[in-house]
Ligand binder design. Structure first.
Ligand SMILES: [Zn+2]
Length: 665
């Protein structure tokens, strides 16, 4: 996943404008997918918050009359694993204290069980299929305005501190940094093989970064988002939590994340900004923990992964300790923040402010808000995406084999009441309601060929658990574990393109090119639109010396994704091996249009020119190259060949001697 994303982002932002030599004119356009959006709901704003500074002990000043806003998202946090939600096997004193100082929503649900998708929903107030970021690496379209952009316009200082590379705006979450004055991305290159600092940051480190930033930016108002990734698997809490929770490490991670929240809250209190602040704490999704066969999250839309905590601390003391049982959604968070800060809501919002619910004296009568849930994550493996509607204590899950649950009688969603022949009136009314939601959304991207039914994720959960374990093992450089999981996944599902591609990548890295080529060839047959698999097949064949095979694989990869620099350079070299200098030169020239100083491209082009006996054409750039990089043996060898071709034997001899001396070293 990471490899693909990095390859895909290699040339992000660059436009290949074409190469226009005499022989061929071609234009490559970097195509950026811009999801179409629809305006769904127009919401008004409440005047709440206008007197917020007066309820605090701080002296109001023109700069601080607006409340600071601190958003804390705790990744992979099930509501029913938090102390103030009634769970007794974990200690979460910081979250419990925030709930006592604020309002706790017992029935809050996320629209998506995927980290990126869910966070973008929180930050834009939009449903996943409206904002369009339904997988990793998909850029957030500039047409969707974010909380940070709106608050920045209102005069807020904005900063974000993330705990995982999957929210890094340079790689896997492009556009998520929009509106933030500071966005704490991961370093582009790191030597460490450990996951810490490379893939993940511990909560205390995230909070330490936030506190350092805050110290340097004391003038408010502030909007600071802190993301604590710790409860996400693998469950590896640091001591003493690793010891205290050794039999239930997921809870240990939650307790550790809570200690990071405690540190942050203590800091805010010491800084004198706590009382007047709005603090929102929520989870991006829950965790399967084996329910319905799902170990982690992403594939299903059961409450195990959709039910999240939501705690809202607002300045008004009158609401402290309130508990609201109405069903609410993560799309309601942004409209609430906008109401409380008196920022005009954009026309395009799918949620509603929670402030009217809080102000209502009899919350028992407050209406439940219907939840539309989505996951396109199964598509990653070629399985059917799911949609769910959770309303009136009932859940309908739209899948190849639909599901209907009575959540009051069956909160664990174990008894599927859906029957296709005599659909109950409940199923019918839920389906009607679901159709209304879907009618408001942009049309789904094509998921299956006409007449084709994708597999039901329910039938594939065993494979997905193995693929997930393989991905974690690869992240940790445990390649033999990864191979073991992938081989098991292939036993369950011999035509899993993901397992085949990942196995191919492992063999490629291990140097078994023939084996890699077998797996990657099959992956390409199963998924002919996978440009990365085709590129990797080209690599494996090139390293096995199968030049015609490598040429075909790389040509098809570039047809799918023309802006891949590495694929283009490799194809140039393959053409050189095939003694097809004309096509080799085309590839190197195309690469040089993207990056005119690319040394591989410059030397490749010179070699192609020499192969065509165009020594005079190759000479000027080779001379310039060796002048600026006099220790490059390959360049000096080519220079010697060019001189020789031009009959300049003395110069050729000198260049060849320099090259030989450097090669010896
Ligand atoms: Zn997450």
């Amino acid at each position: 996943m990471r490899t693909q994303a990095l390859v895909e982002t290699e040339l992000r932002g660059k436009i290949v404008i074409g190469w226009a030599l005499m022989r061929r004119l071609a234009i490559f356009l970097r195509i950026i997918f811009v999801p179409i959006f629809v305006a769904v709901t127009l919401l008004g704003t409440s005047a709440w918050g206008q007197t917020s500074s007066q309820t605090s002990g701080r002296k109001p000043s023109p700069r601080t009359s607006l409340p600071d806003v601190f958003l804390i998202t705790i990744d992979t946090l099930r509501a029913d694993h938090v102390g103030c939600y009634g769970y007794e096997q974990v200690e979460t004193p910081a979250l419990d204290a925030l709930a006592a100082d604020g309002v706790r929503f017992t029935q809050a649900f996320t629209h998506s069980p995927i980290t990126n998708t869910s966070h973008i929903t929180i930050l834009t107030g939009l449903l996943p299929s409206v904002h369009g970021v339904t997988d990793f690496g998909v850029p957030l379209s500039p047409q969707h305005v974010t909380a940070a952009e709106l608050l920045k316009k209102r005069g807020y200082q904005t900063a974000a501190f993330i705990g995982a590379v999957i929210l890094d705006s340079n790689t896997l979450a492009p556009g998520l940094d929009r509106g933030f004055d500071f966005y704490d991305n991961f370093p582009a290159k790191t030597e460490t093989k450990q996951r810490w600092g490379r893939v993940e940051r511990r909560g205390m480190e995230v909070v330490a970064h936030a506190e350092t930033w805050f110290e340097k930016h004391r003038t408010g108002p502030h909007f600071v988002w802190v993301h604590l990734y710790d409860p996400h698997d693998p469950y590896e809490p640091p001591p003493p939590f690793s010891e205290k929770y050794k039999d239930h490490l997921y809870d240990g991670e939650i307790a550790y994340a809570d200690s990071a929240v405690a540190h942050w809250v203590a800091f805010l209190k010491k800084a004198g900004v706590y009382d007047n602040a709005i603090i929102v704490v929520t989870g991006d999704h829950g965790e399967g923990l084996g329910e319905h066969g799902e170990e982690t999250h992403g594939l299903f839309l059961y409450d195990s992964t959709l039910h999240v905590p939501l705690i809202l601390k607002i300045p008004a003391a009158v609401h402290h300790g309130a508990v609201i049982d109405s069903q609410v959604r993560t799309t309601d968070i942004l409209p609430t923040i906008l109401s409380a800060t008196r920022v005009a809501a954009p026309a395009e919002l799918n949620g509603e402010s929670l402030l009217p619910l809080i102000e209502q004296t009899n919350t028992a009568q407050a209406p439940n808000r219907a939840l539309f849930g989505e996951t396109d994550y199964p598509l990653r493996w070629g399985w059917a995406p799911l949609r769910a509607l959770r309303a009136d204590n009932t859940k309908l899950i739209e899948a190849p084999r639909p599901e209907l649950y009575d959540l009051q009688a069956d909160p664990k969603e174990l008894k599927n009441l859906y029957t296709s022949d005599s659909a109950s009136s409940k199923a019918q009314s839920m389906q009607t309601e679901m159709s209304k939601w879907k009618a408001k959304l942009p049309p789904p991207s094509s998921t299956a060929k006409p007449g084709e039914t994708l597999p039901d994720p329910k039938d594939k959960i065993g494979v997905q658990n193995l693929l997930h374990n393989a991905m974690l093992a690869s992240d940790d450089n445990r390649s033999s574990d990864a191979r073991h999981f992938l081989e098991k996944a292939l036993q369950l599902d011999p035509s899993s393109p993901t397992a085949l591609r990942q196995l191919g990548e492992l063999e490629l890295a291990a140097g078994d090119f023939a084996k890699a080529a077998v797996h990657l060839k099959r992956a390409c047959e199963l998924r002919p639109d996978d440009s990365t698999a085709a590129f990797e097949l080209g690599e494996a064949l090139e390293k096995s010396g199968d030049w015609p095979g490598a040429r075909d694989a790389l040509e098809s990869s570039l047809k799918l994704a023309p802006s891949q620099m590495s694929a283009r350079l490799l194809l140039g070299h393959v053409y050189l091996q095939l003694k097809d200098a004309k096509n080799a030169a085309d590839q190197f020239e195309a690469a040089l249009l993207v990056d005119s100083n690319n040394s591989d491209g410059r030397l490749g082009l010179a070699e192609a020119q020499i192969q065509q006996s165009d020594f005079a054409g190759a000479l000027p750039d080779l001379e310039a190259f060796t002048k600026s990089d006099p220790r490059n043996a390959a360049a000096l060898s080519l220079l010697a060949r060019a001189y020789r071709g031009l009959g300049r034997e003395q110069d050729a001899k000198r260049a060849a001697e320099l090259a030989a001396a450097l090669e010896k070293k």
